[in-house]
Design a binder for this molecule. Structure first.
Ligand code: 26Q
Length: 824
């Protein structure tokens, strides 16, 4: 029997109020008389948290008691965003809280707004991990997330004089959602050396010893499912000096500097999230983070398994470990080390267990994002792991040699070791060899990895090792929470909120697409969401935008392959066209607001230049009296999860315009469409499957196909192209100083010039501009537009993260849900 969370969790609003007041007055030691919104947030969070803990403890007890197979999702990033609103909705107590807190003089929205984002991730990959946790909990799967408890999440972005400035994100001041487990700690070793010795049976064994020890401390975060009492656990590791506070010997000798420095070195490991997205950094500290987190997590998983006194042969029946990209790949040699060096299993038995436990998700084909670690660095930091990797490679290459005798080229193509200067470990290759399944994140992407970067492994292992699981998003946060009006409207039509757990039910909206009252309300909700965003834009930038204009949004990490530069070039083209028009001609123009948001990696100069161009264009266009409301260009500072919740419901059109074959999936495309926005996009990532589901008449597709990209690049390299004339005009205007000192943008102009243009901006620019003209035409046909919007939402059911998780559970993890027993 499932026991549902009901409003009854707070038996009444009075009960909530009592708990709220108690927490404000005792836990927070504040007086109700001067309780502000921060106090209201804190009191509400603490009151709700007490309820969550009960379900959480119960779930964990049940998991232990049932002792079924569990899945462990290893991710260096969990981009959770805010928790309070989501937890209230998942537990079904938001209405009780709203009225309870309302009587005490607070608005629930203001309280919710006080929470800081938990921003322990960069972008798509980290947010995917967070959506997957929500689905795993909602579907009652026994699942744990393992990550790092960064003291500083992704930096806060400020725009100063048009440029991005990074400010550290110290987010842990008050975090009621984490529980330190000082009793759960693991000693992690780095450096040292490997010595051979004889064990008690006279067998030669390897011992890794003499290294530096750092302590991992567990911090647990409850993950409540929606409409279920199931509450899973996310365990984040924090680093600490192993010898207590600091080095006492040095301290006593008065050597304070060095006494503190070992402590600081230890704490540095979990201090900060690397702010790179889709680019490898190759830094020693990053490798230390990876091993620290992987070793602590595996120790924990093994400890839990050993409590059951099962034989090792049953480990793969009890444990599935999903590697979110190659970042946790060291888990593969680490488990092999535990089994061989510590548990004394023979190599082959151990390796069989390892490969049955692990599976690996690839999120990119971009060569600059594929992780490699230099052999000397690994040798220094993890000498025993390097030996194990060499052995894994040796046995693997022997098996390849057997299957494909004398194919030297194949051997060097699939070797884990890249013969560069210095030699490097190719982490993706190690992940493939150590896993039983490798998946891409959208159909096109999964096909591409099989035919390009991993094609030799398809020869070696056969096609069955590779599979596809198209990404999804949680409809709880990305519809119900961020767009309550639309969610209520849908629920009204469908007769309830079941679509939040079974998104295929959205299909039922199709028959409402001709109901004028339903359609009018649908469009009124979109307008209300645009008004909400317009108000935010006014408050934060001072710029007034017309909510009746077409809102055209591109929010995501700034990257050349995502082509924000093409978008802003398109905006410039629009501006130049407007300037050429007569006042009469301008009357028939559809007013537009072009909205951008996203962070650039701090060291990514080109991405920062793109931001500078967007702000420079905004400065000119927004202050041009001839243009007025016909065009506004907005850059929203510090795009993050909570801002996405405000922005996504407010789009008419959003842009997903990566060069074909470069965006593995994209997930914001799904978020925008499920909120009734249409999209303009290339035939890339999940756009292709979205088109298949919603119908090509409901999406604006343009540009080159993935299969022609190589040829087009070739043509550029050999000077066989000329820049698109419309793009040339745009570049000339930048060059002429229309948007300030042209030298600021010279590297950007150079990147799209003849002979370069790796991302094919010029090739796609003509069709991009034409497609935007179609968007303008379509936008004024309000009825057809509304119909497209509704039909699209009706057909987005496939893109629920629940569907993705069910596919993983069935085809990769072999995992069953946990039959939760009643709480009482
Ligand atoms: C690697 C080495 C050193 C430092 C950082 C990194 C690093 C960090 C983050 C490399 C890559 C990432 C993030 C990648 C990412 O977000 N990929 C996106 O994953 C989404 C979920 O599958 C997809 O939808 C996107 O298409 C993909 O770009």
């Amino acid at each position: 029997m499932w026991r549902k969370f009901e409003a009854g969790e707070f038996k009444s609003k009075e009960e909530f109020q009592k708990e709220f007041v108690r927490h404000v007055e005792t836990t927070l030691a504040r007086s109700m008389y001067n309780c502000d919104d921060v106090g209201a947030y804190s009191g509400t969070a603490l009151a709700l948290r007490d309820r969550l803990i009960v379900a959480w403890n119960h779930t964990q007890q049940q998991q232990t008691f049932r002792d079924q197979k569990r899945v462990y999702y290893l991710s260096l990033e969990f981009l959770m965003g805010r928790t309070l609103d989501n937890a209230m909705l998942n537990c079904g107590v938001k209405d009780v809280v709203r009225s309870g807190i309302g009587e005490l003089g607070f608005r629930i929205e203001d309280a919710i707004d006080q929470e800081r984002d938990a921003a322990l991730g960069n972008g798509g990959l980290g947010r995917l991990a967070a959506c997957f946790l929500d689905s795993l909990a909602t579907l009652n799967f026994p699942a744990w997330g393992y990550g790092l408890r960064y003291k500083y999440g992704i930096f806060k972005q400020e725009i100063v004089d048009g440029y991005q400035v990074e400010v550290p994100d110290y987010w842990l001041d008050f975090n009621p959602w984490e529980f330190p487990r000082h009793d759960i700690s693991v000693d992690i070793m780095f450096y040292g050396g490997v010595r051979e010795k004889l064990d008690e049976n006279g067998k030669r064994v390897k011992v890794w010893e003499g290294g530096e020890i750092v302590q991992a401390i567990a911090f647990d975060v409850p993950i409540p499912g929606y409409d279920t009492a199931n509450c899973n656990n996310l365990r984040l590791w924090s680093s600490k000096a192993a010898n207590g506070e600091f080095d006492f010997q040095k301290f006593n000798a008065g050597d304070y500097d060095n006494a503190m420095s070992s402590q600081q070195r230890a704490e540095t490991i979990s201090a900060v999230l690397y702010p790179n997205d889709n680019i490898d950094s190759g830094k020693e500290l990053r490798l230390k983070q990876q091993y620290f987190w992987v070793a602590a997590s595996l120790y924990d998983i093994v400890r839990r398994f050993k409590k059951t006194h099962r034989p090792w042969s049953e480990f793969p029946d009890q444990v599935a470990i999903q590697l979110n990209d190659t970042h946790p790949t060291l888990a593969i040699p680490e488990l092999q080390r535990i089994l061989v060096d510590i548990e004394k299993l023979d190599w082959d038995t151990a390796w069989d267990i390892v490969t049955r436990v692990f599976s690996y998700t690839n999120h990119t084909v971009l060569p600059e994002a594929l992780e490699k670690w230099s052999v000397p660095l690994l040798q220094h930091l993890l000498p025993r792991h390097l030996q194990i990797i060499y052995d894994i490679n040796l046995f693997f290459l022997q098996s390849v040699e057997k299957k494909f005798p004398k194919d030297r080229e194949l051997l060097s193509a699939v070797s884990i070791i890249e013969e560069s200067q210095p030699q490097c470990i190719r982490m993706a290759y190690l992940a493939i060899i150590g896993s039983h399944k490798v998946n891409g994140v959208a159909e096109l992407h999964s096909d591409l990895i099989k035919t390009t970067i991993f094609k030799d492994f398809v020869r070696v292992f056969g096609p069955d090792r590779f599979t596809n699981v198209t990404n999804g998003i949680t409809p709880r946060r990305w519809l119900h929470q961020c767009n309550p009006k639309l969610s209520d409207h849908i629920a009204h039509a469908l007769g309830g909120y079941d679509f939040l757990k079974d998104t295929s039910l959205l299909k039922g909206l199709e028959k409402w697409a001709d109901d004028s009252a339903f359609v009018d309300e649908w469009m009124d909700i979109k307008l209300a969401n645009k008004v909400r965003l317009a108000r935010f834009i006014k408050d934060t930038t001072g710029i007034a935008v017309n909510p009746h204009a077409l809102f055209d949004i591109q929010v995501k990490r700034i990257h050349e392959y995502k082509r924000q530069q093409m978008n802003i070039f398109g905006v410039i083209h629009r501006y130049l066209s407007l300037k050429k028009m007569s006042p009469e001609e301008r009357k028939s123009v559809v007013p537009r607001v072009s909205i951008f948001g996203g962070k650039a990696a701090p060291g990514y100069w080109m991405a920062k230049t793109i931001i500078r161009l967007i702000t420079a264009v905004g400065d000119v266009v927004n202050n041009d009296p001839e243009i007025g409301d016909l065009l506004k260009v907005i850059f929203i500072e510090d795009y993050n999860v909570s801002k996405a919740e405000l922005i996504v419901p407010a789009s008419d059109i959003s842009e997903h315009i990566s060069t074909a074959g470069t965006e593995a999936s994209g997930t914001s495309n799904m978020k925008f469409v499920i909120n009734g926005g249409l999209i303009i996009g290339t035939c890339d990532g999940a756009n292709i499957e979205i088109t298949r589901e919603i119908g090509e008449e409901n999406i604006f597709l343009f540009g080159a196909l993935a299969e022609s990209v190589e040829e087009l690049r070739f043509a550029h390299r050999y000077g066989k192209t000329e820049m698109d004339p419309l793009l040339k005009e745009v570049c000339d205007s930048i060059e002429a100083g229309t948007f300030g000192d042209a030298s600021t943008f010279s590297s950007l102009l150079h990147s799209v010039a003849e002979g370069g243009d790796y991302y094919l901006v010029s090739d796609d620019f003509g069709s991009y501009i034409k497609t935007h003209a179609l968007v303008d035409e379509a936008f004024v046909k309000k009825d057809e537009w509304a119909r497209s919007s509704i039909i699209s939402v009706a057909n987005m059911g496939f893109f629920s993260a629940d569907r993705a998780i069910l596919e993983y559970a069935e085809t990769i993890w072999n995992l069953e849900p946990l039959p939760l027993e009643a709480l009482d």
